[in-house]
Design a protein around this ligand. Structure first.
Ligand code: FDA
Length: 395
């Protein structure tokens, strides 16, 4: 361990999207900044994001696209650094990108381009990046004393950008929550977000033979105050449900609750059976369902929901069932499969303009460690950029 204490202005703990953005902005202001990361390289989550192409923003990003105990908290940072700002940086570096769907912007080539961009921006303004470093302690004695496996650093500001708990295999740790607790900051209970849901044993028996089948649904989850509603694809897996619609509502779901699925959005599926002289039996029902659902799913649905008679009343019941299928998942696939961690450092503890702790001057929290969780589709990186930028202006 180095014995000389180094004086710096800003210690950024965590070299992900948020930490690197904060560092480069602070560096631009002439601050002496060091980024510390325990991984052997920075931005590992950026590299695996968006299937290796990094969905780096969403052009429609607004506070409404985020979950938080305080839904207004993200507004200030999101207004300070917008999707247009990250697009300008991406373009400045000649990175080609495209819109895939619903405002989601992806790199044409590789997520590596985004990591290289951040490294270059940091290097240009003199930010030092130290990887493979363990943070041993963070103590405040007037200013901060950060003890690391590479020596002691004294800094005016410490920025916690160590992310959430998702994908522990990639080096995710609860470090940031530990620091928050050490300094007496409240934490909103963490839970896996953007995560596949697992069926109960009964539903697994009913549906998992359809593993691999995908269809468009409207999925809804959550109690009235925190209700999410998404029209996107759903995928049946060998353990439960996944696909964008399910990942989206998983962030709103709480254990014990049912999610509701409209598996034939906008369609009057049973209408053909209600016509005069129409056949009314399981064959006719399956045919009608096949118009809106993949064949195997249509067959399974009818087999499981076939009425004892084929009265108008029964057909209406089947129709209702298609638009409001209630599933009570047994749980989620957990942090190993979750794209994000919902919950985190309570926003009531932070200044919305700067991300600085209200209690501890000079201590900042940015990115995923904060109780702000975006929808699927580039929103989480936009939060990382925006919160990192906001802190970078003042640290
Ligand atoms: P992030 O986790 O990126 O960075 C934290 C850094 O801190 C890491 O470099 C880590 O090594 C370091 N660290 C952790 N503990 C430490 C410790 N104790 N000491 C030192 N360093 C420590 N979002 C999106 O908008 N578009 C997308 O396409 C995707 N795709 C995607 C795919 C997959 C598979 C996952 C898991 C996640 C996504 N996301 C996403 C979410 C997105 O990756 C995530 O929200 C951001 O990376 C969060 O950025 P942060 O900088 O806050 O944390």
């Amino acid at each position: 361990m180095g014995s000389v204490t180094q004086r710096i202005d800003v210690a950024v703990l965590g070299g992900g999207a948020a930490g690197m953005m904060c560092a480069l902005e602070a560096g631009r202001r002439g601050r002496r900044v060091v980024v510390f990361d325990h991984a052997e390289k920075i931005g590992k989550k950026i590299l695996i994001s968006g299937g290796g192409r990094c969905n780096f923003t969403n052009i429609h990003a607004r506070a409404e696209n985020f979950l938080s105990e305080n839904p207004h908290f993200a507004k200030s940072a999101l207004a300070r650094f917008t999707p247009a700002d990250i697009i300008a940086m991406i373009e400045k570096h000649g990175i080609r990108y495209h819109e895939k769907t619903l405002g989601q912007l992806f790199c044409d080539r590789s997520a590596m381009d985004v990591v290289t961009m951040l490294e270059r921006e940091c290097a240009e303004v003199g930010v030092r990046v130290r990887v493979g470093v363990r943070i041993l302690s963070v103590v405040r004695d007037g200013e901060f004393r950060v003890e690391t496996s590479e020596g002691v650093f004294r800094a005016e500001s410490v920025v916690i950008a160590t992310g959430g708990l998702s994908i522990p295999k990639m080096g995710a740790t609860g470090f940031g929550y530990g620091i928050a607790e050490q300094f007496g900051l409240r934490i909103i209970e963490c839970r896996p977000g953007l995560v596949p849901l697992v069926f109960s044993a009964d539903d697994r028996e009913r549906w998992c033979a359809l593993s691999g089948v995908s269809t468009e649904v409207v999925a809804t989850a959550g109690a009235a105050k925190r209700r999410g509603n998404f029209r996107e694809k759903m995928l049946v897996t060998h353990r439960g449900l996944s696909g964008p619609a399910i990942l989206q509502v998983s962030s709103y779901w709480r254990p014990g609750e049912a999610i509701e699925l409209d598996i034939a959005p906008g369609a009057s599926v049973m209408a053909p059976l209600l016509e005069r002289n129409a056949r009314r039996d399981s064959g006719a029902a399956t045919l009608a369902l096949r118009a809106v659902l993949p064949g195997r799913m249509a067959e399974r649905w009818v087999a499981l929901n076939e009425p004892s008679d084929w009265t108008n009343h029964s057909l209406a019941g089947m129709e209702r069932g298609l638009h409001a299928w209630r599933v009570t998942p047994a749980g989620t696939e957990g942090y190993a499969k979750a794209e994000v961690t919902a919950g985190g450092v309570d926003t009531a503890e932070l200044d919305a303009k700067t991300m600085q702790s209200r209690k501890v001057q000079g201590l900042y929290f940015i990115g995923e460690v904060v109780d702000v969780t975006g929808w699927l589709g580039g929103y989480n990186f936009q939060w990382a950029w925006a919160s990192g930028f906001s802190a970078g202006q003042v640290v």
